[in-house]
Design a protein around this ligand. Structure first.
Ligand code: UGA
Length: 434
């Protein structure tokens, strides 16, 4: 099939590349000429495991193509994916100006039947708005489909190629058949393609992300409570997670969720509720608790150093909002670092992928190290903010030798308490006995 993808951000690029991988001919459109040229030259603009291999293969096979011309993109595909940004407005709602702007062009420029697929995370009712905007100028037949993505950063290629489910929101039989044909190669294992109306599909995405954010936040509160009563959240997590109704995943407490999706989507759903006079009280609490959770290590650090953080030197392992990404949007590490800097502390950090992104934001305030162990030179304490695999089995002997105060504050519960304490290092983590 001929496919166009408008927008080559993380979702658009993964979608375009993976659709080319199953033999479709794909044209990806972006307004950023420099980025388009780089992609044409074989450069993948984002860090996403395995994407480079697929990108390279499909680019060379000429199934994956790039252009800055929206007109070319709109003429090309039988199916046109909109993978455009929906940034958070000042009031927490999703800004639809990119999506509706392109919809306006679609109406003016298409001259034969097209399926317009909304892949961006958009509020309930957006498909209807897109349809209305296209309809204003359309000279031919078209359908609008809501097809939310459930890709996790760091696993996006795998999630696209082997999805647990595909959600298609549409009221047009013709569009549904085309979408099913397109996705057939990805659901050979029998995972479902769930067809529903557009609004339900749009809400499915917000509901899924908000539920997961709530699950994590609930566990964070249980962890905080464990500390008060002397229980161990690791045990509680295992005890709960074996109940198949609860499930083992997304029960890991820590210093809060971050990233470009959960924080934005929870706020947007909360805001959309308000617009129809519905108060999502549970989401209000999730937003509030998560914000506090990002700096939950601070009181432990302050208590350890008797509230004297001025000129204390902290080594920080992990800056990205989670492992396997260089994304630092809403990263808990940065909130904690901000608080430590305010108290006059000095920070030396290491992250396998995210240091360049952080350097752009904090060039004068944070020192970066080439390796995790280099951060420890002259440091008083080690703080762990992201659970990169490389941090999971450190040489504790080396850590102890370098830290002047022999203490680790771990925001991701990476180690057995006993293992660390046997090394003669004090260890503070989340929801476990300190
Ligand atoms: C999330 C969803 O998992 C995807 O299904 C969805 O498609 C995507 O948002 C999106 O809307 O585009 P992502 O933001 O890449 O994916 O990251 P997750 O792996 O879900 O992690 C989100 C945050 O939750 C991270 O900060 C992570 O550290 C935190 N988390 C996750 C926990 O604190 N505890 C857990 O047990 C799991």
């Amino acid at each position: 099939m001929k496919i166009s993808v408008i927008g080559t951000g993380y979702v658009g690029l993964v979608t375009g590349t993976c659709l080319a991988e199953t033999g479709n001919e794909v044209v990806c459109v972006d307004i950023d000429a420099e980025k388009v040229q780089k992609m044409k030259d074989g450069e993948v603009p984002i860090y996403e495991p395995h994407l480079d291999v697929l990108f390279d293969r499909n680019l060379k096979a000429k199934r994956l193509n790039f252009t800055t011309s929206l007109e070319e993109g709109l003429q090309y595909g039988e199916i046109i994916f909109l993978a455009l940004p929906t940034p958070e407005d000042e009031d927490g709602s999703a800004d639809l100006s990119y999506v509706l702007g392109v919809a306006d062009d679609i109406g003016k420029k298409i001259s034969e039947y097209k399926v317009i697929v909304d892949k961006s995370t958009v509020p309930v009712g957006t498909s209807e708005k897109v349809k209305e905007v296209i309809q204003k100028n359309a000279k031919c037949d078209f359908d609008v489909v809501s097809n939310p993505e459930f890709l996790r950063e760091g696993f996006a290629v795998d999630d696209f190629l082997k999805p647990e489910r595909i959600v298609i929101g549409s009221s047009s039989e013709k569009a549904i058949e085309l979408m099913k044909k397109l996705y057939k190669p990805f659901v050979r294992s029998g995972n479902p393609i769930i067809v529903m109306d557009e609004k339900s599909a749009e809400l499915t995405k917000y509901a899924a992300n908000s539920f997961l954010a709530t699950k994590i936040t609930f566990m964070n509160e249980i962890a905080n409570y464990c500390e008060k009563v002397g229980a161990d959240v690791d045990m509680v997590r295992r005890g709960m997670g074996t109940d198949s109704r609860i499930g083992k995943r997304f029960l890991f407490p820590g210093i809060g969720y971050g990233g470009s999706c959960f924080p934005k989507d929870v706020k947007a759903l909360h805001k959309s509720g308000r617009e129809v006079d519905y108060d999502f009280q549970i989401l209000d609490a999730v937003i509030d608790v998560n914000q506090k959770q990002k700096t939950i290590l601070l009181p432990k650090i302050q208590a350890f150093f008797n509230h004297q953080l001025k000129d204390k030197k902290f080594a920080v392992w992990g800056l990205a909002f989670k492992p396997e990404t260089d994304d630092i949007r809403e990263a808990p590490a940065l909130y904690l670092i901000d608080e430590l800097l305010k108290e006059g502390a000095e920070i030396t950090a290491f992250d396998p992928e995210a240091m360049d992104n952080v350097a752009r934001k904090y060039s004068d305030h944070i020192t970066f190290s080439k390796s995790m162990y280099d951060t420890l030179d002259g440091a008083d304490a080690l703080i762990i903010c992201t659970e990169w695999s490389i941090f999971r089995t450190p040489d504790f002997g080396k850590v102890k030798k370098s830290l002047s105060n022999n203490v680790i504050f771990d925001g991701r519960n990476l180690y057995d308490i006993q293992d660390v304490e046997n090394e003669g290092i004090s260890y503070y983590s989340i929801g476990r006995k300190d």
